[in-house]
Write a protein that binds this ligand. Structure first.
Ligand code: NCD
Length: 325
C-alpha cells in the first residue's frame, strides 16, 4: 500500500516535463510536495521503494553531466526502476545517426521515461513529439532545465519555509543559462522577487519582460537579498569573448565576502554546479557551511528527480493528458 501523499488534490496533468514555463503555482507545489516526501527516505539506510518497478528509464545525454545524470540514475533505481545510461560517445550518433532516428530506435524498445539533455534549445521538445513515452528535459541548450529549478525551489522552500515574498538574485551568465531561465519562470510564478545581476554583455535584451529587475553592479543587485544564486560562465555556448578577462570578471562579479556583505546578514548562497572557484565564486563563501546551500542542492536533486519520474510514470498511459509543457 502506498502511504498517503501530502499533495492532496493537486496534480501534474501533463505527459512530459519539458520546461517550467506555463506551469501553475499548484502544479509546481505538487511536484515540490511529492519531492519532499523523498528527502527522508533518501537519508535512511534502506532507500529502496518500488513505485517504478517494471518501468524502464533511459538517460540519453548528448552533453556532459555529472550531477544531473547521476541523480536521475539514482532516483530511478531508488524507486525500483530499470535505468539505462546512453552517452553519445558510445552510441550510433557518433556514426551520423540523427537525433530523431536515435529517439525512434529507443522508442521501439518501449521505455517509459526518456531523460534527455541536448546542446540545442528545443531539441528535447522535438524528440518528445516523436516518441510514445514520457520525456524529461535534462537541459536543452540555453533554454530550460526544469528539474534544476525545482530542486533549487525545494532547497529554498525547506530553508525559508516559503518562496513568496523572498528576494533572489541570480548572478552571472544569464544570457546563456538554462538554469537562470527555468528559475526565473519558477520563482516569478511563485511570487518571489527576482533580480538578475550581470555585465551588460551577459544580460539578454529586454530581460525585464520576464518580470525581473536587472542590475549591472553586484553590490546594488545584492542589496537586501535573501538568496544569491551564482552561475558558471557557459563558455561552450559563447561565440567569442563576453568578458575582458577572468581576473576582471571575478573582481566585479565574483561572489566573495566583501560583495556578500551587501546582501541580508543571513543571505544564503546557491550554485547549480559545476563551480569555477575564483571565476564566479570564491572558495571562502562556497565552502561556508553556515551560508552555502550547494551540497543541499545536490541532495534535493535526487528527491526532485524521484518525484518527477514517479509522477510521469503514474500519468502513463493516459490519453487525456495534454502535451505541454
Ligand atoms: C547546469 C547545466 O548543465 O545547465 N548544471 C547542472 O545541471 N547541475 C549548469 C552549468 O552547467 O553551468
Amino acid at each position: 500500500m502506498t502511504a498517503p501523499r501530502p499533495d492532496g488534490a493537486r496534480r501534474y496533468p501533463y505527459r512530459h516535463l519539458l520546461g517550467i514555463e506555463g506551469l501553475s503555482p499548484d502544479e509546481i507545489h505538487f511536484l515540490l510536495d511529492r519531492s519532499e516526501s523523498y528527502v527522508e527516505q533518501n537519508r535512511r539506510a534502506d532507500k529502496k521503494g518500488n513505485s517504478l518497478r517494471g518501468r524502464t528509464i533511459i538517460n540519453l545525454f548528448f552533453e556532459n553531466s555529472t550531477r544531473t545524470r547521476t541523480s536521475f540514475e539514482l532516483a530511478g533505481k531508488r524507486l525500483g526502476g530499470d535505468v539505462i545510461n546512453m552517452s553519445v560517445s558510445t552510441s550510433s550518433i557518433k556514426k551520423g545517426e540523427t537525433l530523431i532516428d536515435t529517439a525512434m530506435t529507443l522508442n521501439a524498445m518501449h521505455p517509459d521515461v526518456l531523460v534527455v539533455r541536448h546542446s540545442d534549445s528545443g531539441a528535447v521538445r522535438l524528440l518528445a513529439e516523436k516518441v510514445n513515452c514520457a520525456v524529461i528535459n535534462g537541459g536543452d541548450g540555453s533554454h530550460e532545465h526544469p528539474t534544476q529549478a525545482l530542486l533549487d525551489a525545494l532547497t529554498i522552500r525547506r530553508r525559508r519555509g516559503r518562496l513568496d515574498g523572498l528576494t533572489v538574485a541570480i548572478c552571472g551568465d544569464i544570457a546563456h543559462s538554462r538554469v537562470a531561465r527555468s528559475n526565473i519562470h519558477l520563482l516569478t510564478t511563485m511570487g518571489t522577487r527576482v533580480r538578475v545581476v550581470a555585465p551588460p554583455t551577459l544580460l539578454p535584451a529586454q530581460i525585464e519582460r520576464f518580470g525581473v529587475e536587472a542590475f549591472t553592479d553586484m553590490r546594488r543587485g545584492l542589496a537586501g537579498c535573501d538568496i544569491i544564486m551564482m552561475l558558471r560562465l557557459q563558455t561552450e555556448r559563447m561565440k567569442g569573448s563576453f568578458v575582458p578577462s577572468i581576473r576582471e570578471y571575478f573582481h566585479f562579479f565574483g561572489l566573495d565576502r566583501d560583495k556578500l556583505a551587501a546582501a541580508k546578514p543571513d543571505a544564503l548562497i546557491m550554485h547549480p554546479g559545476p563551480m569555477n572557484r575564483g571565476t564566479e565564486i570564491d572558495s571562502e563563501v562556497a565552502d561556508d557551511i553556515d551560508r552555502s546551500l550547494i551540497q543541499e542542492q545536490v541532495e534535493m536533486g535526487v528527491a526532485v528527480r524521484m518525484a518527477c519520474l514517479e509522477v510521469l510514470a503514474e500519468n502513463l498511459p493516459d490519453p487525456s493528458l495534454r502535451n505541454a509543457p
